[in-house]
Design a protein around this ligand. Structure first.
Ligand code: 6R9
Length: 658
């Protein structure tokens, strides 16, 4: 075992929670899903594709893998994403159902029924076409979380234009490099948005991005959102001028199942961002199926809220596409969780009766830090499924989510007899949709584990040589079979696609994550393999040590990195944010080191524990350990352009001097 062992197994989490009988009895997905997929994987996906989508032309072949690793799914089929997300629901008599409840940061609200949203998307499609956008053209979307973002994406999909959403928080340089890489013809943006009660501009970054010549952009459409003064140049047009007056008739034609739906850039740790390409039929099928099954979606009664920004893949799959394809009602919120107060999210849950909440561990840990008295003051009894995505969720954060959010049965402190199931969902920009996640009516869930492959998906954990590891062992997470929502390549660079994902192991997709199987064969994600630490020959993942730290009552958040060390090769260095004041005269550092030593063993005991005010995170909430490693090794801090808050590194530097 030791030779093939790629990651040490450190945690000893043993809690588990079976679904209540009531939940199982009413669940959308039962054991039958696993059975059907196990009996005939491709047949299962073909059935699902016909169930969740309305095809203009039926497909003739489920999967063509002859040009592996580039897949073709639902070959010969024609399908329009916007028609599936909108028109067909109206045709089926659901035009009056609410599609979107929008809540702006300043408190303004808008409601769109399916009929209204369909009309808006038709108008936007006509407007974009009148600006010369055609099928196959690229459209850069640089918008805040407002309904126009979803409308723009669906209008592109309707035409067959390929959207490329760039995070509203990214710089002018980042925007320009993405516009150039995809040769975008149109940019859709806004004057700005709101952040913590203040107007936050967007348009100046577009102006700066396009100031140097040599780009392919012919028009810039600008949504008026915050009303701040905005300079207008020759390319610029107001959204309300071009879209509001556009015609409300627009016929959606079916596009080839393999027609590209969008490009989304993902940074990775090194090199220039990769434009991940997704196509239509497979992406829509797997996002819709997983949205229905992982969240137990009952579209006629549920109110779904995914808190992700559309600049992240989660906002593509589980805001713009799956919920609308499934005919669900969803909430979109523009702002930050603490504006104007730290109860804003819970206020929104109560106000709209949100029943399914999908968010990231970073948000949950922030709420833990703020204290349970805040959510305890609201009635969260409408919630019935809670989801997590983006990072491994620490068992303690998972338990808090269940106890504080999932058990809340009213502001009077009453508890639910059966707390809501928690579904931890592992997937990536590249996978397009959930790959590992429990089925809430079937799976006995475990705090901190994403657990099992979703029906029809083939996941494994392998050692250095590509052999499956046994239960209780760690290694590399791989995907053994092609899946419908898989990326079809990197925009303009097929070699890089093959090299990045398919060269590490033969015939397996390598995700870049470490993982282990527990004694039941359930999968636990252990963080990026680039972050694995080698301490005296032991391969330690960041995740389990961080989870041990977060389990201590003093610690709100933790990030662990390996720093070069003369005796042990690498030493564990922990950066922690405290949530409680230690006892008078107590040495917190010693307390936390000893805690980890006792909890998971002396080998994992951090050599240094540094108390910091903040941790560096990307816009989607992932901790950027690479920057902390630079700090721990005393180097100048590397490229920090994807940080959500660019003052964090100087705050950390300041706290080190003290
Ligand atoms: C959807 C998304 C992908 C990377 C992935 C992994 C981490 C995401 C996770 C998780 C543990 C989960 N990740 N979900 N790790 N448990 N439930 O996040 O896409 O932004 O491309 O990031 O995020 O490391 O490889 P993306």
């Amino acid at each position: 075992m030791s030779e093939s062992k790629t990651l040490d197994n450190l945690s000893n989490e043993t809690r588990s929670f079976a679904p209540s009988k009531e939940f199982s009895d009413n669940a959308i997905a039962t054991q039958a899903r696993y059975d059907a997929a196990a009996a005939d994987r491709l047949g299962y996906w073909a059935d699902q594709a016909r169930q969740v989508l309305t095809w203009d032309t039926d497909f003739t072949e489920t999967l063509d893998w002859s040009e592996a690793p580039v897949a073709k799914w639902f070959v010969g089929g024609k399908v329009n994403a916007a028609y599936n997300a909108l028109d067909r629901h109206v045709e089926n008599g659901l035009g009056d159902r609410v599609a979107i409840y929008f809540e702006g940061e300043p408190g303004d609200t808008r409601t769109y029924t399916y009929a209204q949203l369909t009309e808006e998307v038709k108008k936007a499609a006509n407007a974009f076409e009148s600006l010369g956008v055609e099928k196959g053209d690229r459209v850069a979307v640089y918008l805040p979380m407002i309904p126009e973002a979803v409308i723009t994406m669906l209008a592109c999909a309707r035409i067959g234009a390929i959207h490329s959403v760039v995070f509203g928080g990214f710089s002018a340089d980042a925007l320009r490099s993405r516009v150039d890489d995809a040769d975008a013809k149109l940019v859709v943006t806004a004057d700005g948005t709101w952040r913590r009660g203040k107007p936050s501009p967007l348009k100046p970054a577009v102006d700066e991005a396009l100031s140097a010549p040599g780009h392919t952009v012919q028009n810039v459409v600008v949504v008026k959102r915050n009303g701040e003064p905005t300079e207008f140049g020759p390319l610029d047009k107001w959204w309300h001028d071009v879209v509001d007056s556009a015609g409300t008739e627009h016929t959606a034609v079916g596009h080839d199942s393999e027609h590209p739906l969008f490009v989304l850039y993902t940074s990775g740790t090194t090199g220039k961002p990769k434009g991940i390409v997704h196509t239509t039929g497979g992406f829509l099928t797997q996002t819709a199926v997983t949205h229905r099954d992982t969240f137990d979606l009952h579209p006629e009664s549920d109110v779904f809220w995914c808190t992700a920004d559309i600049g992240w893949v989660t906002g593509h799959s589980y805001v713009t596409y799956a919920p609308l394809v499934n005919g669900a009602t969803q909430v979109i919120y523009e702002g930050t969780p603490d504006t104007p107060h730290q109860g804003r999210w819970w206020e929104i849950v109560t106000k709209y009766g949100v029943s399914i909440l999908y968010t990231a561990p970073t948000a949950i840990r922030t709420f833990m830090k703020w204290g349970r008295q805040i959510p305890d003051g609201y009635d969260l009894s409408s919630l019935r499924v809670l989801g997590s995505v983006g990072e491994p969720i620490n068992p303690e954060a998972w338990m808090w989510y269940r106890d504080v959010i999932g058990s809340n049965n009213g502001a009077n402190g009453e508890k639910k007899a059966n707390p809501t199931p928690i579904v931890d969902t592992w997937w990536q920009t590249e996978t397009g949709a959930h790959m590992i996640a429990p089925l809430p009516g079937v799976t006995k869930t475990k705090p901190g584990s994403a657990q099992v492959a979703v029906p029809g998906i083939s996941i494994d954990v392998v050692d250095e040589a590509g052999n499956s590891v046994g239960n209780g062992e760690g290694g590399f997470l791989v995907i053994r079979e092609p899946w419908p929502a898989m990326l079809r390549g990197i925009w303009g660079d097929m070699e890089r696609y093959k090299d990045t994902y398919w060269s590490r192991f033969e015939n397996m997709y390598f995700a870049g994550d470490g993982a282990k199987k527990d004694d039941d064969g359930d999968i636990w994600l252990l963080g990026r393999v680039d972050d694995v630490m080698n301490v005296s020959g032991h391969r330690l993942s960041t995740t389990e040590i961080e989870s041990s730290l977060v389990a201590h009552p003093y610690v709100a958040e933790a990030a662990v990195v390996g720093a070069k060390d003369e005796t042990t090769g690498e030493a564990v260095v922990a950066f922690v944010i405290l949530q409680a004041e230690p006892a008078e005269g107590e040495d917190v550092v010693a307390t936390l080191r000893n805690h980890v030593g006792k909890d998971i063993g002396p080998i994992a005991k951090p050599k240094h524990v540094l108390v910091v005010p903040e941790l560096p995170k990307t816009r989607s909430g992932k901790i950027m350990r690479r920057l902390l490693k630079d700090v721990a090794e005393g180097r100048e801090v590397g490229d920090a352009t994807t940080l959500a808050d660019n003052t964090v590194m100087s705050q950390i530097a300041q706290s080190m001097k003290k």
